[in-house]
Write a protein that binds this ligand. Structure first.
Ligand SMILES: Nc1ncnc2c1ncn2[C@@H]1O[C@H](COP(=O)(O)OP(=O)(O)O)[C@@H](O)[C@H]1O
Ligand SMILES: [Mg+2]
Length: 331
């Protein structure tokens, strides 16, 4: 136990039994989140992110391992954990039939604010989250971005020291996503510790001081965004060919020139590959090599590696790979 850690987990395990099969949702996860930092848990759908966060927030009991939040054990001192933690996720506790303001007032009253104090706190939060104009509207009329902001506001009514954000921007348009990012930055400037889960490398890169990449319930890489990107290459090349039947040849050339595995996009004319470290020269050789192979390339771009490419680099399989965490139970 270290004093400068806000969240600590050792060998955390949660397996779900459905009929005869066992899903190893979280399969031995270690985490160490420093106070006042933003920690990103990055992984594809089904990786075990929500299950891990729910255990840290005391909503699920671990099958094995230990975890603590600000020194409080999530099983033995669950009440103490709940008093310092805020949680927001895909299933937040906002009542759709109430107005935004009514929701926050009600929560503040539940947390013991006086009636005038609750109203003041609720109004402050609505203002801070750019929702003052929508305060008197039922939450069910809110847009996706507004809904996400009222969820965040609801989790902040009692100024938690540690905040868990479960995929706070999944499905949001870029503008709303940026608003959520700004809110997270302000919270951390004010001294909060944030643990957020995400499917977007860019989001983890933008916000998180450290990142754990999880796959099939296990941490497969951990470090700063810079370390992570260095381990998977600095960027990614996206190539589009004119005709789908040119793609196999293009893939061959890209793989030979860059020396990294190609990710075939769902779009049959698109492919991408990460750029290896010091791969600038290879990237420069790519277009001439494609032309020489007789492949026409109407689109070619360089960008950040996608989560797919990070995963391919770290695990040898893509995020779409459904190789099951579920397996038959051995009696
Ligand atoms: N209550 C549950 N019962 C059975 N399986 C579950 C339950 N919750 C999650 N799972 C399974 O555990 C795995 C991890 O799920 P989850 O933690 O929700 O992943 P993520 O949040 O990364 O998408 C998935 O295979 C999911 O289907
Ligand atoms: Mg989830």
């Amino acid at each position: 136990m270290s004093d400068d850690l806000a969240v600590e987990a050792h060998g955390l395990v949660k397996h779900f039994r459905t009929g005869k099969s066992v899903t190893r949702a979280v399969d031995g996860v270690d985490l160490a989140v420093r106070r006042g930092s933003v920690y990103g848990v990055l992984g594809p759908n089904g990786a075990g992110k929500t299950t891990a966060v729910r255990m840290l927030a005391t909503l699920l009991r671990p099958d094995a391992g230990t975890a603590s939040v600000l020194g409080h054990d999530v099983v033995r001192d669950a009440d103490a954990v709940r008093s310092v933690v805020g949680l927001t996720g895909q299933y937040a506790s906002v009542d759709e039939d109430l107005t935004g303001l009514e929701n926050l007032v009600m929560l503040a009253r539940l947390y013991g604010f006086t009636a005038p104090g609750a109203r003041r706190r609720a109004n402050d939060l609505m203002g801070a989250f750019g929702l003052a104009d929508a305060a008197a509207r039922q939450v069910k009329t809110y847009s996706g971005g507004m809904r996400r902001r009222i969820d965040l506001a609801a989790s902040l009514v009692m100024s938690p020291e540690v905040l868990f954000l479960d995929e706070p921007t999944t499905g949001l348009d870029p503008r709303s996503r940026n608003q959520v990012w700004d809110i997270v930055r302000v919270l951390v400037d004010d001294g909060a510790t944030v643990l957020l889960t995400t499917q977007y490398l860019e989001e983890a890169d933008q916000l998180a001081d450290r990142i754990a990449v999880i796959d099939h319930g296990k941490v497969i890489a951990e470090g700063t965004a810079t370390q992570l990107k260095a381990s998977v290459g600095e960027g990614s090349v996206q190539v589009r060919v004119a005709e789908a039947d040119e793609r196999p040849r293009a893939a061959e050339v890209v793989e030979r020139v860059l020396g990294t595995a190609v990710v075939l996009a769902p779009d049959p004319t698109a492919l991408s590959a990460r750029v290896p470290e010091d791969g600038g020269d290879a990237v420069a050789r790519l277009l001439p090599a494609l032309a020489e192979a007789g492949v026409s390339v109407p689109e070619f771009s360089l960008g950040q590696p996608s989560l797919d490419e990070v995963f391919l680099a770290l695990t040898g399989h893509e995020t779409q790979d459904d190789s099951p965490t579920t397996e038959s139970e051995v009696a």
